[in-house]
Ligand binder design. Structure first.
Ligand SMILES: [Zn+2]
Ligand SMILES: [Zn+2]
Length: 157
């Protein structure tokens, strides 16, 4: 909220500010260690780069990039969309229901079965989406040690 950090870094990045939000947001996806990012994730990453794009701008640009087929949008949970670069290759997803972590997988047997199911029903397959919901290894480890973890966590507002 407060922009007290009028540091030289801020000025140095003034050139970046002149470039379009679209380029900056694409750069976030290209450089992020995580492939799947929500609008809030993108917004927060931009903030750490001294780029306050505004959440509504982030939403608008993400939608433009989806319409341009540059990004893919997945709605893994009813109210929470994540975005990833559209790199052409198909993959499916595993979602951790505890922490929201997203993993990718591709299984040729599943792919082939799905094509066969479509063919058996005289469908021409256009696309499909397979999402497996579960609990990731870190969250499983945390649950096994729950009392310790919750005691160590700071109180959340
Ligand atoms: Zn997890
Ligand atoms: Zn993915």
């Amino acid at each position: 909220m407060s922009s007290e950090q009028s540091s030289p870094i801020h000025l140095k990045r003034a050139g970046l500010k002149a470039t379009s939000p679209r380029m900056r947001i694409l750069e976030v996806f290209r450089t992020s260690a995580r492939r799947h990012l929500s609008a809030e994730d993108v917004y927060r990453i931009l903030l750490t780069q001294d780029e306050d794009a505004g959440l509504s701008t982030v939403y608008r640009v993400l939608n433009q990039l989806v319409q341009a087929d540059i990004l893919l949008r997945h709605t893994f949970e009813s109210d929470h969309a994540v975005f990833e670069l559209n790199e052409g290759g198909h993959h499916d997803h595993l979602i951790c229901v505890a922490c929201g972590r997203v993993e990718e997988f591709r299984d040729e047997n599943i792919e082939q079965r799905q094509r066969q199911v479509a063919a058996d029903n005289a469908f021409v397959l256009r696309e499909h989406m397979l999402v497996l919901y579960g609990v990731c290894p870190e969250c499983r480890a945390g649950a096994a040690d729950e009392t310790h973890v919750s005691a160590a966590l700071p109180t959340q507002a």
